[in-house]
Design a binder for this molecule. Sequence first.
Ligand code: ADP
Length: 777
Amino acid sequence: MTNEVNSLPMVALRGMVVLPGMVTHFDVSREKSIEAIEQAMQENQKIFLTAQKDIEKENPGMNDICAVGCIASIKQIVKLPKKISRILVTGETRARMDCMEYDEPYLRANVVEVADIDNAEEAVGAKENPLNMEAMLRGLKDLFREYLPRNPKLSKDLALQMEEIKDLRRLVDEIAANIPLSWENAQELLEEPDVLKRYDKVVGRLVSEIQIINIKEEIQAKVKERVDKNQREYILREEMKIIREELGDDNTMSDADEFQEAADKLKAPAEVKEKLNKEIKRFKNTMGNPAETGVVRTYIETLLEMPWDNAGRDHKDIAYAKRVLDEDHYGLEKVKERVLEFLAVRALTKKGDTPILCLVGPPGTGKTSIAKSLARALKKPYVRISLGGVRDEAEIRGHRRTYVGAMPGRIATGLKSAGVKNPLMLLDEIDKVSNDYKGDTFSALLEVLDSEQNSKFRDHYIEVPVDLSEVLFVTTANTLQTIPRPLLDRMEVIEVSSYTENEKMHIAMEHLLPKQLRRHGLKPEQLTVSRRAVWKMARNYTKEAGVRQLERKLGEICRKAAREILETKKPAIHVTERNLHLYLGKELYTYQMANASDEVGIVRGLAWTSVGGDTLQIEVNIMPGEGEILLTGQLGDVMKESARTGISYIRSVSAAHKIEEMFFKEHDIHIHIPEGAVPKDGPSAGITMATAMISAVTERRVRADVAMTGEITLRGRVLPIGGLKEKLLAAKNAGIRTVIIPQENKVDLEDISSEIKKGMEILPVSHMDEVLKIALV
Ligand code: ADP
């Protein structure tokens, strides 16, 4: 059969290849193809079938057609509507087309049959060992048997048919004819005369086909499982709903649905959503256990209310901020300036880089109020968290949910009530926090304020990390002494100092009174308070560094006035210095003035405490004894040391003051600070004590109108002190004429308003000798 040229009618197949041994059918509609079939029927029913390279071509030329095709014999022709014929053929032999000719009206091809190169037996050494060939056959059959049940289109009988085949070539061709192949793959097989190579290709195809089917099955199983689960859950849920409705208990379900809806809508990190979904599931399952349902419900509600990814926009207009600060506060120039500088820096740097503001000063000086204004200036929500008296870490960090009545800590609660993740949060009275056995409050606060850690702040109750990195923290304190160093390091301290009487008067007239009038429903024309009355109130009815009591007193006047207006139908009330006592009763404070006369062993010192400046009187008595030193009254440790330093100094200069050598051996010295309930610490009473002692020892009197402040060294040098403004203010209020201050504090005087300095002689000194020269009569 080789090399014999056959001329056969041909049909170019589109998208399919017929292989030898294959029984298949195809439809033809092209005129040329139908004619070719008919011609073939007239000849010996043989037709040359070959694949068209480009499926779209209507009239393919020689180059558009694969040269290798298959000679097939036509078994049946079925005429279908629309001039379509369905042809059933059996593929017989491979053939190569030599040339193609157009024999009107159909195509013919001169083809040469391609013989198989069947050297399989030799290649596997079948002669020497027939089992080799058997192994090849069986390998392919096994693969096919594995494949067969996976392809539902194939008949089960095929396996049996294949079992029968003993010839490798036939087996390869049969199997190739029965597995799904793309037309390109089939063409490759067709063009391969070498049986062994075809064997490899078919085995490769079968193996990958089996793998593909396996993977497909796996995926399908997974999908099915998922669908089944969803379906199952859906049905169960529906059933549960009905059961619950039957029981008249469908609230929880609708709550759960509402929670789910809210959770889906919530703008929050994935971690939070995951937690919520878990809890909602738990909520559904806790039905019938009201106690637990309640706990889970509160938790879910808390999570839903937290402002996870909800942020407000910062208002960065510094001019606007200045206007707001000025509007809300009288004076405080330095403080406002610092706050504005802080805002400017904040506007220019990234969030998290700016330090935390800490406003330090005595009570009632407007610290809280400045923070509130700041929030207004930035158009940020404002939350105030009072830390005064917080001793338990859980107050900051919350309780774990396992506790009965557990709640989130104050920080998380504050954030929740702010409703955005970047509010201004005022941590009020941070100096009043303390530690007890229930954990470390300070380290919790440190975590809140540390920009490195606070983006993942852990609240025990909330459980998922809360992002505090965008919160603008402002803290207030009365004193820095009780704030631990690491916490202080993270804060930018701005000092707010006591007000003078003049400042108090202005604040009262311009801010406090209008505020109180509004609060009590009074019109400005219904109640007026004269400047002198306010002055008197500040002086004789209040004793404070700030203006809180003053505000309270104004409130008292408003209340009384409101009642009077209603009772007596008076159109307006004027409060003056003269009728003030009708509203506030008798004066509460008559200023303890300078000592009436010069005395021995009594000296007035100036002290600075967390609530402002004060004067303190130091008394020293000398008694016959054995050289003991007695200290009584409100004394801190630092003060005791100051006392001892003072004594050592005096002993070292005893000769100059004509004190006998044995004096300190034969006498006891008793130092006492009689007045004041506030512990007066700080080293600034050194020169005061030394002066009092020298006066007592030498029995020289001390001038009654002198007050002093300054620390002393062993050699009598006077060292600088803090809180000068507060001290001078206290001295002025006490009617002191002469104030002795350390030389090094002289520069601070520039910053102090002339209102305070007026009427007082302020004398800077650098050595104890100078002090004595001024103070002793
Ligand atoms: P602090 O927080 O320092 O203890 P607050 O901020 O509570 O003091 O101030 C007490 C009251 O005094 C507030 O009503 C505040 O508005 C008012 N106040 C304090 N200082 C000023 C000021 N400089 N101008 C206007 N009002 C002030």
